[in-house]
Design a protein around this ligand. Structure first.
Ligand SMILES: [Fe+2]
Length: 312
């Protein structure tokens, strides 16, 4: 049995001191938004409690699907690195960046500069420029990390995969499938859409096509700050895409109280078993506890594969 923990969107605060010139960009909106709306919703004490609870579960691996930063200031990336180090060493923690981590063009490459060991595939050089997708093998698990983080204009929180990255994802998923691994895709933006044109993954069709052509067992995402579960059509049957609330949201957050998921994965190709356990806060309760437990992938379930030749 392999236990994978997933958390996302901690939006680490407090914001460091901002230099006046740093606000001459889209950051001015994000800065105002943080102070008016968001600051109160991302509680670092709640995040510390949630992180402690997660580490107490002793997962074999931790996935963090981005948005550690708020407005991509230079000075946000070192504290974010310290947060990752608290989660664990880079071998046990896999990260993909979110749109807030590549907020503006000037610091768009800072996730790679500061967190590279957490986003480097097996056997790749740690120094230098990690590229996406990366692949990591941990026991029976194959992790594919995708970046959808691209700097965008005012009022936009969109993401993009790109043709080249999507083609590499398809090849990697195929390869991991042939190796008989349980394939987990990490991606910040939800592949099934957000319902908000300014926050969506603009080329979501690419990841859908990769999963349809090559298959996958599980997709983990963040971005919406909501606990949500959708299904993509995969080569061998439905593929669950699961999102978690912000890890720093307090119990009264209107989008969703802070939580993380644990996945207990066992079985073998064609008969995988995956149990999902949600732990975190609940409205009206300040304690962290188990909130949900369900059998996400049932080895007894029979699925119809999509008809041959079906294209998205
Ligand atoms: Fe995001």
């Amino acid at each position: 049995m392999f236990t994978l923990a997933h958390l996302s969107d901690p939006h680490l605060g407090p914001l460091p001191r901002v230099k006046f010139r740093e606000l001459f960009s889209k950051r001015i909106m994000g800065y105002a938004n943080w102070h008016v709306r968001r600051r109160g919703r991302h509680d670092m004490a709640c995040l510390a409690g949630l992180t402690r609870d997660l580490l107490d579960q002793k997962p074999d691996h931790i996935a963090c699907t981005g948005d550690l930063a708020v407005i991509g200031l230079d000075a946000e990336f070192t504290p974010a690195r310290a947060f990752l180090e608290k989660l664990g060493d880079p071998k046990h923690v896999s990260v993909v960046p979110g749109n807030h981590d590549s907020y503006v063009r000037g610091t768009a490459d800072h996730p790679q500069l500061h967190w590279s060991e957490y986003m480097t595939g097996d056997g790749e050089r740690v120094e230098g420029d990690p590229h996406f997708p990366y692949v990591r093998r941990r026991g029976k698990i194959g992790i594919v990390g995708i970046s959808t983080a691209v700097p965008t204009g005012f009022h936009s929180a969109q993401g993009r995969i790109g043709k080249e990255q999507a083609e590499a994802v398809t090849a990697l998923l195929r390869q991991l499938g042939e190796e008989g691994l349980f394939r987990v895709v990490l991606i910040h933006h939800p592949p099934s859409g957000t319902g908000d044109i300014f926050r969506r993954l603009t080329d979501a069709r690419r990841i859908k096509r990769s999963v349809l052509r090559a298959g996958a067992e599980l997709i983990l995402h963040g971005h919406t700050h909501k606990a949500e579960r959708t299904t993509l059509l995969g080569l061998d049957g439905p593929v669950h895409a699961v999102g978690v609330p912000s890890a720093s949201a307090g119990p009264e957050d209107r989008t969703g109280p802070g939580a993380y998921n644990l996945y207990r994965i066992g079985g073998e190709p064609g008969a995988w078993r995956c149990e999902m356990i949600t732990r975190g806060f609940a409205h009206g309760e300040t304690g962290i506890a188990e909130r949900q437990r369900l059998l996400l992938i049932d080895p007894e379930a029979v699925h119809l594969a999509p008809p041959p030749g079906l294209a998205l």
